[in-house]
Design a protein around this ligand. Structure first.
Ligand SMILES: [Zn+2]
Length: 419
């Protein structure tokens, strides 16, 4: 599947998105050629092309929602829509959902400029192109869990599409396991530093969860768990899968929720208590980001398709693919994982239960690392739902993941102290 990701398809999509001249969230919804409405309809039609290959498992909708005037970036009530393609899982006993997103809307220097050109090739045509390419490739395959491919609207006006989707997931009690937000994943060159780097990509993940109960906070403090949130497990998983399947791409874990002064569509999901990360290029180019189209002092400003490195975009799309395909093929994570703390011992005793949803795992991996290290060091396979390891629980962090016979691994879960 990784080899099917096409740089040419990605470029075609970015150029088509730019052809709508602006995709500002408050631009025309009725003009056939220009504005957000035409862009949404086109993305919907691209998703529709993948329906046949899915044998009817892929359903495509525009999920509409009303955004109220907010006195900031929404001057009057407006209807927006997320363009969604849902690939239903093939295992009726598996209720897990994974979401991969990019944002369809664009902006220029003035975030309230509804009329001016706002090509938005990289921000976030690159993310939307990735999402469409993933739907095309993955719809032809079967996965036990459900995958939602979505181009959300309203990011630049205040993350409205992501807020709507996160609220809906919560209200409808979705078993939403992870969200991958792709926002600016195609630029590889920085004019300021003259750096060209198409072999690194950043994953932003929260350490302390945005939504943390007192109980969660107490546990985090007692076990030193500030570097082991669910989002950070997802970030590590992305790194492992990407480096396993995608040549010449190294994932840089950024232990922040986002960049200074900036936010993204993963944040409303984190705030709703879901596991979410942002995928973002290593070097941003501020001459091409949120800029009016113009030439000044011989510098061409504006977010145009020719500035994108399509082979880099291909690799970052493949990173999503390797991660989503692995997660949606794997068993669900183990449940009720515990680390026995009732005895003073130099060993570690772990217990857990098989997941309640989906297929039964064929076994489990115990992950362990020294407490000062960012990535897991050891991976130990066991077929039971308990293990006694000759390593002191005081000197390592542990996690457990479920694995099937083909080697598909779930997200790891951190065991809680039990007596
Ligand atoms: Zn963006």
């Amino acid at each position: 599947m990784v080899k099917e990701v096409s740089a040419q398809n990605l470029e075609n999509t970015v150029r088509k998105l730019v052809s709508f001249e602006t995709r500002h969230s408050l631009s025309s919804t009725t003009d056939k050629k220009r504005g957000i409405g035409a862009a949404r309809n086109w993305v919907e039609s691209e998703f529709q092309k993948a329906v046949a290959a899915s044998g009817g498992r892929l359903t495509v909708t525009q999920d509409k929602y009303l955004v109220k005037a907010d006195g900031r970036r929404i001057p009057a009530d407006v209807e927006m829509a997320n363009v969604m393609a849902t690939l239903k899982g093939t295992d009726p006993s598996d209720n897990r959902i994974f979401i991969v997103s990019g944002h369809i809307d664009s902006r220029n220097t003035d975030v309230m400029d509804v009329k001016g050109q706002a090509p938005g090739a990289n921000d976030d045509g690159s993310g939307v192109a990735a999402v469409i390419e993933l739907a095309r490739i993955m719809a032809a395959r079967t996965f036990p869990a459900t995958i939602i491919f979505v181009a959300v609207q309203g990011e630049e006006q205040g993350l409205y599409g992501a807020k709507h989707l996160a609220e809906r997931a919560k209200k409808e009690s979705w078993n939403l396991v992870a969200l991958l937000n792709n926002d600016m994943i195609g630029n590889s060159f920085s004019d300021e530093t003259n750096l060209r780097d198409n072999t690194h990509v950043r994953i932003f993940s929260e350490g302390v969860p945005a939504l943390e109960t007192e109980e969660m906070a107490a546990l985090r403090k007692s076990i030193g768990g500030e570097n082991d949130s669910r989002s950070r497990q997802l970030a590590r998983y992305l790194k492992e899968m990407s480096e396993r399947y995608v040549p010449q791409l190294e994932v840089v874990l950024n232990y922040r929720t986002d960049r200074f002064l900036r936010g993204g569509d993963h944040t409303p999901f984190s705030q709703a208590g879901f596991t979410a990360v942002r995928i973002c290029e290593m070097n941003e180019n501020y001459q091409h980001q949120h800029q009016n189209v113009r030439t000044e002092n011989n510098i061409a400003y504006g977010d145009f398709p020719e500035h994108i490195d399509y082979d880099y975009l291909r690799k970052n799309t493949a990173l999503n693919l390797a991660t989503l395909a692995s997660l949606a093929s794997a068993p669900a994570s183990p449940e009720n994982a515990g680390i026995v703390t009732s005895n003073l011992t130099n060993q570690t005793e772990l217990h857990w239960e098989a997941p309640a949803t989906g297929k039964k795992p064929s076994g489990y991996f115990i992950l362990m690392r020294e407490t000062s290290l960012p990535m897991w060091q050891k991976k130990i396979y066991v077929s039971e739902t308990k293990v006694l390891l000759p390593y002191s629980k005081d000197n390592y962090f542990f996690a457990v993941q479920a694995v099937d016979a083909e080697g598909h691994e779930s997200l790891p879960v951190v065991p809680k102290p039990i007596r």
